[in-house]
Write a protein that binds this ligand. Structure first.
Ligand code: UDP
Length: 466
């Protein structure tokens, strides 16, 4: 009866429709936002593509509204096709979404639409249907400022003629150098600029939600608000902690099945001894890099948990070397997909070697785990710069730029020792504990930033019900 009563109330409050992007690092925070708003009494409908759909049975409290036809069903996502896939979605999905929404609105009281920043076509749909809208950014505020900087680069007078310009700080964006600006591996730079302009230019009527925490980026949040984005900004992250704190559901939104055997393995390791190594859901190593990585890791003498998405037998095949094979068996645990949040929370983990995707960055900081940063593309270079130079919670792996960005010989051993053994790493660990504390405060204390921003967001949504 309680449940029925609450459902009745939910009906009164109305439906929030989430337009999710079909990528792991975007879908997860969007569904977490859904759980949080559901716990505040809103009904949640997840509008999604048939390509990389969420699994409805993991989220019994939500309704699901598929739209569009699978266009890339057999294409594995990589850094090389991400921009094209996104652009195709934006070109093709407006009318399918509109159609599905119209049907949904016949039966439900739709209050507002919250769309992922990559799915900016949804903004025009919301306008056509007269639905108020919010945008969810699953990357940092600093990254959005970096997009602005990229778009303005053309206007900077001849900066590319100056010697060493790549090492220089971007005007108006302290700590970020030109070489840290996002790069998209996209051969068609015209198309890319067009995309960037669109995503940077959308103005959802109710404001923008960021999966970030004020204590991480306060100065950049102010700058963004003053210079570019006059609509309300709600910094309510990290969403995974907010969802844990403010809602009861904790369902998985992983496309791949999480392998929990690595937790048993971690249980057998000593505290803070393990290096956790993962590149997220898109970036990957080629065979040469895999081999180099395996050799480096085996030389380190520290236990390691390694996520190799493609197929972890590949390591055994690639690395013909018997000694390396033996080293991996002795000290390593290799899985295709790990329950990352549990791994980072495990006391055996002492460091995280990461590509610095924004979710991984937030998850690591939320558990006080310092990082080795190996950024590949997109916002990862920005996150890596913030980690190494602003928050001082990570160290960057050194590349040999003369050799196609290969890692320098001996560099892996050096980095792992610095992080897990040296005094430098111990200092970093301490700073990471402090950061964890600040982040947790923001999420749990009623007057603190993320908690407050969520209240303000809910208030905005409730005012739509009147
Ligand atoms: N992740 C996971 N298991 C893994 C590797 C990654 O659950 O073995 C999750 C991780 O917790 C994060 C997401 O996948 O939430 C990756 O997002 P991120 O923004 O870090 O990187 P992306 O995949 O977008 O490059």
């Amino acid at each position: 009866d309680m449940e029925k009563q609450r459902d009745g109330e939910r009906w009164r409050k109305g439906v929030v429709v989430l337009v999710a992007a079909p990528f792991q690092g975007h879908l997860t925070p969007m569904l977490e936002l859904g759980s949080i708003l559901h716990s505040r009494g809103f009904s949640i409908t997840v509008a999604h593509t048939l390509f990389n759909p969420p699994n409805p049975s993991n989220h019994p409290h939500f309704s699901f509204l598929p739209f569009s036809h699978p266009q890339h069903s057999n294409t594995p996502i990589s850094s090389h096709n991400l921009t094209t896939i996104t652009s195709t979605l934006n070109t093709n999905c407006a009318s399918p979404l509109k159609h599905s929404l119209l049907l949904h609105m016949n039966q439900h009281n739709v209050l507002c639409l919250i769309y992922d920043g990559l799915m900016h076509f949804a903004d025009s749909v919301a306008r056509q249907l007269n639905i108020p809208s919010l945008l969810l950014r699953t990357t940092s505020v600093t990254n959005l400022l970096a997009y602005h900087a990229l778009l303005h680069q053309q206007n900077l007078p001849n900066f590319k003629d100056r010697e060493g310009w790549r090492e220089m700080e971007v005007p108006n964006l302290e700590a970020v150098r030109f070489k840290d600006l996002p790069n998209f591996n996209c051969p068609d730079s015209e198309a890319l600029l067009k995309q960037l302009k669109k995503t940077v230019g959308v103005r959802p009527s109710l404001g923008v939600i960021f999966n970030t925490v004020e204590c991480l980026e306060a100065q950049y949040i102010n700058k963004l608000h003053q210079q570019y984005l006059k609509v309300p900004i709600f910094a309510i992250g990290p969403l995974h902690l907010m969802a844990r704190q403010h809602s009861s559901s904790s369902s998985s939104s992983s496309f791949l099945k999480e392998d929990y055997t690595c937790i048993d393995w971690l249980n057998k390791q000593s505290p803070r001894s393990v290096l956790y190594l993962s590149l997220g859901s898109i970036a990957s190593w080629d065979q040469k890099q895999l081999t180099q990585m395996a050799r480096g890791l085996v030389n380190c003498n520290q236990p390691f948990l390694w996520v190799v998405r493609a197929n972890h037998n590949i390591i055994v095949n690639v690395v013909g070397d018997e000694e390396v094979k033996k080293g991996i068996e002795e000290r390593g645990c290799v899985v295709r997909w790990a329950p990352q949040k549990e791994v980072l929370a495990h006391e055996a983990v002492g460091g995280f070697w990461s590509h610095c995707g924004w979710n991984s960055t937030l998850e690591s900081m939320s558990e006080g785990v310092p990082m080795i940063c190996q950024p590949y593309f997109g916002d990862q270079t920005i996150n890596s710069r913030l980690l190494t130079h602003v928050w001082k919670l990570g160290l960057q792996i050194q590349y040999n730029n003369n050799n196609n960005n290969a890692i320098e010989e001996g560099e892996i051993e050096k980095a792992v020792t610095r992080l897990l053994v040296d005094e430098e790493g111990k200092e970093m660990w301490k700073r990471a504990q402090e950061m964890k504390h600040h982040i947790r405060q923001a999420v749990t204390q009623p007057a603190a930033s993320s908690y407050n921003a969520l209240d303000s967001l809910v208030h905005h949504l409730l005012s739509l019900c009147l």
